[in-house]
Every structure is written in C-alpha cells, then in structure tokens.
Design a protein around this ligand. Structure first.
Ligand code: BJW
Ligand code: ZN
Length: 258
C-alpha cells in the first residue's frame, strides 16, 4: 500500500484535473457528526444490536416495536446532529469540478444540510416512512429528543389500510431503488475519479460502485480511518473530516471556499 504522503499527492493531482467525479459515501462520513457507524467494533450499531434482528423485513414482521423504536431513536439522534467538515467539503467540491455525482448509502440528510443538492440515496431515508402493507407514504411527526438507548415503540398505523408503518430504508434482502442504482452505476462507469469516503464496502450492490469505476479506468481514492487493503486503489487513512478539507485546499488553493 502507498503511504499517505504519496497517496495524498496523487489524489490532489487527480482531483485538480478531474472532469467527472463521483463521491460515494458511507456511515463513516457522518461519524464525526456523532452518528454511529454500522460496523465499527466499539461504537457501531451492529456492536450493540444484531443487524439481522433489526434491518430485515422479517425482523419487522417478528417484532415491529423493537425495529420501529430503534429507527425512531436514530431519527432523534440525527435531529440533534450537524454536518461536519467532510459534508461541507463535499458540498463545496461541486463548485470546482465540471461534473460531480454524490452517491450515499446513508439514510441521514447531513449531505443536504451541508448544501449538497441532488444526492443519490441508495438505501432510502430515515425521514420517509411508508405502510408495510400497502406501501403508501406516511408523514412522520417531529421526533422526540433521543433517549440514552433505543427503546421499544409501537409503529404508527396507516390511515388508509391500518397496516403498520415502516421506515423508508432499504433492508437486507430488499431491492435498492432502481432509478437511483442505475444513475449511480452510470456515473461510476463515466467517472475519471471516484472518492469512496467512510464505507466498509461490504454491502452489495452498493459496493459495486467503486469496483465499476475502477474497471472503467477511473482513479479510486478511499478515505477511511482504517487502512483499505487494495492493490488498485489509493487509500488515505484517517478521518474524512480532516482529509477532505485538506484535499480541496491542496487541489484548489484558497478558492476551495470551505
Ligand atoms: C470513517 C470514519 C471517519 C469511521 N472518517 N472513515 C453479493 C455477495 C454477498 C451478499 C450479497 C451480494 N449482493 C447482495 C447481497 C446481500 C446483501 C449484502 O450485501 N450482504 C453483505 C453484508 C454480505 N445485500 C442486500 O441484501 C441488498 N439488497 C439486495 O441485494 O437485493 C437483491 C434483490 C434482488 C431481487 C429481489 C429482492 C432483492 C440490500 C442492502 C441494504 C443495506 N441496508 C443497510 C441498512 C439501511 C437502513 C439503516 O440505515 O438502518 O444499509 S445495512 C448498512 O450497511 C446500511 C449501510 O448503508 C450499509 C453500508 O455500511 P457502511 O456505510 O459501509 O458502514 P460501515 O459501518 O460498514 O462502515 C463505516 C466505515 O467508515 C468503516 O470502514 C470505518 O472504518 C469508516 N469510518 N469513522 C472516515 N471519521
Ligand atoms: Zn397502508
């Protein structure tokens, strides 16, 4: 693997000359905003809860109050969170490259709150809910302040069919939104630079996006607190909130406008 210095110099040059950039983000981009990631050993959601118990349609069928309570707790946590320096740098990047496509696996709205427009959400949103039975959308009330831990909560009922309301996110075994996935794959095929920020890259089909970009000749740069072991991509090891502003300033100088 290349050192951070060499990797950084390469990343700066690629970014400064890039025409079509894809930024692909995962839970790590929101970690510095206080939103737990999924798979970090100490703080990740999965360290406390078994994902198979919470992020599947079967889990919701078996114990809707457990699942709804967990998502409401996360929604409350998000309401108190703010975009961090990584979200801000990504939002600023659009002013410096001819084409930028932002694709996120996250169900939070921190990219939008930092100023990014047209964010492709592959795994849905915490703010969209729908009926588990008839799929009609359901408006969510303002969320309560977060308790110290998630607690059980009965989901609301659909006003059309009285079915249970479920979170508008993509669970394991469910299809990703077709148009969003198609747009993301297309952008990856056309990219000359792909920045993969704060994702473990283990969940498919989203994890295909950096692979596709690489297969089509793009430079791929991973920014992650853990070293990303890859022969073909470049890896910047450390926090996204530190690397991204540095990268923009080095590529675009004072006009980086962060
Ligand atoms: C920092 C940092 C800092 C920390 N700075 N970095 C091929 C092979 C094997 C299995 C499959 C396959 N294709 C499909 C599957 C099955 C499955 C899957 O991928 N399983 C694998 C886990 C094995 N995929 C699916 O089921 C998908 N659906 C599907 O394939 O449907 C097919 C179908 C076809 C026809 C009919 C029906 C179906 C759906 C996947 C949905 C994923 N959903 C979740 C939950 C969303 C809702 C919610 O939020 O609760 O999405 S799971 C969870 O993982 C969430 C995330 O978006 C996703 C990715 O996680 P992410 O973002 O990478 O987070 P972490 O925690 O893993 O990583 C964080 C990283 O940040 C770490 O690396 C840290 O080091 C780093 N970090 N702080 C920089 N400050
Ligand atoms: Zn309904």
């Amino acid at each position: 693997m290349k050192t951070n210095e060499t990797a950084f110099a390469n990343a700066v040059e690629w970014l400064a000359n890039a025409r079509r950039v894809v930024v692909f983000t995962g839970a790590g981009v929101s970690a510095e905003s206080g939103i737990p990631t999924f798979r970090d050993q100490l703080s990740g959601f999965w360290a406390q809860f078994d994902p198979a118990q919470l992020a599947t349609p079967t889990a919701f069928r078996n114990d809707p109050a457990l699942v709804w309570g967990w998502y409401e707790w996360r929604r409350a946590l998000l309401a108190q969170a703010h975009p961090n320096a990584a979200h801000v740098a990504i939002a600023a990047l659009v002013r410096h490259v001819p084409e930028l496509v932002l694709v996120t696996q996250n169900v939070d709205d921190l990219h939008e709150r930092a100023g990014s427009k047209e964010v492709i959400h592959l795994h849905g949103s915490l703010h969209m809910a729908r009926c588990f039975a008839c799929a009609r959308p359901h408006a969510l009330p303002k969320c309560p302040s977060p308790e110290t831990s998630a607690s059980r909560l009965e989901p609301p009922r659909c006003c059309h069919c009285n079915g249970r309301v479920r979170p508008g996110v993509v669970w394991f075994g469910e299809e990703l939104p077709e148009a969003e996935l198609r747009s993301a794959f297309k952008a990856a095929r056309n990219a000359d630079l792909l920045l993969s920020i704060g994702t473990s890259g283990v969940v498919y089909p989203a994890a295909r996006i950096p692979e596709i970009a690489c297969e089509h000749g793009a430079h791929v740069v991973h920014v992650n607190t853990e070293p990303v072991d890859t022969a073909v991509a470049t890896s910047l090891t450390g926090r996204a909130g530190e690397w991204l502003p540095r990268l923009l300033r080095a590529a675009f100088g004072a006009s980086a406008d962060l």
